[in-house]
Design a protein around this ligand. Structure first.
Ligand code: 5GP
Ligand code: MG
Length: 181
């Protein structure tokens, strides 16, 4: 697998340090609040796993399965919810956890969808951010790293469902990525 990697953009240690800082901020901001952490699966599974270990505020944790990026016939379609929340949101503060924000549509769509259910407040957190790619107006409230405008894998992000397990963020060699048609 190492042979498939072109460049490591953020190391395991850098990611760990960043997550501790983000968790500290979240712990302070939600110290006396009922927080529901809503994680977008699948790509944020590793992020929330590491982040939640540093949360001292005893939050609710729930998950939404969203799909948007695919290959072939799925490419370019709007985000779709495959699994919704199990926890009611109306008496809670929501923090949506995403792994990477690219054109912003996934986060925008989920945020707007949850707003309708009238939570006490709603904020967003992403570990990786590609601000230059934005097509809709959404800026996450908690941000980890700015990522260059490149296709990245690792730390939960896949290419054809592989590389999610890498404990760092990396780019793939050109010959690994087959044309998307
Ligand atoms: P957006 O709707 O903001 O364009 O995309 C967000 C979702 O697209 C992420 O949850 C992730 O699944 C996927 N995505 C965006 N950029 C990348 C990338 O560089 N690599 C991978 N593997 N997935 C990405
Ligand atoms: Mg994907």
């Amino acid at each position: 697998m190492k042979n498939d990697i072109d460049k490591i953009l953020f190391t395991t240690t850098e990611i760990e340090e960043k997550i501790k800082t983000l968790a500290q901020k979240i712990n302070e901001d939600y110290a006396d609040k009922e927080l529901l952490v809503v994680t977008l699966l699948r790509s944020a599974f590793m992020f929330v796993s590491d982040l939640s270990r540093h949360l001292t505020i005893n939050p609710y944790l729930d998950f939404i399965v969203v799909t948007r990026y695919g290959y072939g016939d799925m490419l370019g379609k709007e985000p779709k919810i495959l699994k919704d929340l199990d926890v009611p949101v109306n008496d809670k503060h929501i923090l949506i956890i995403e792994n990477i924000v690219d054109n912003g549509k996934t986060l925008f769509y989920i945020k707007e969808g949850l707003k309708i259910r009238k939570p006490l407040s709603i904020k967003t957190c992403t570990l990786f951010n590609k601000p230059k790619k934005r097509e809709v107006e959404i800026e996450p409230d908690y941000n980890g790293f700015v990522v260059p405008d490149q296709f990245v894998v690792g730390y939960g992000l896949d290419y054809k469902q592989k590389y999610r397990n890498l404990p760092y963020l990396a780019t793939l060699k050109k010959e690994i990525i087959t044309p998307l048609v």
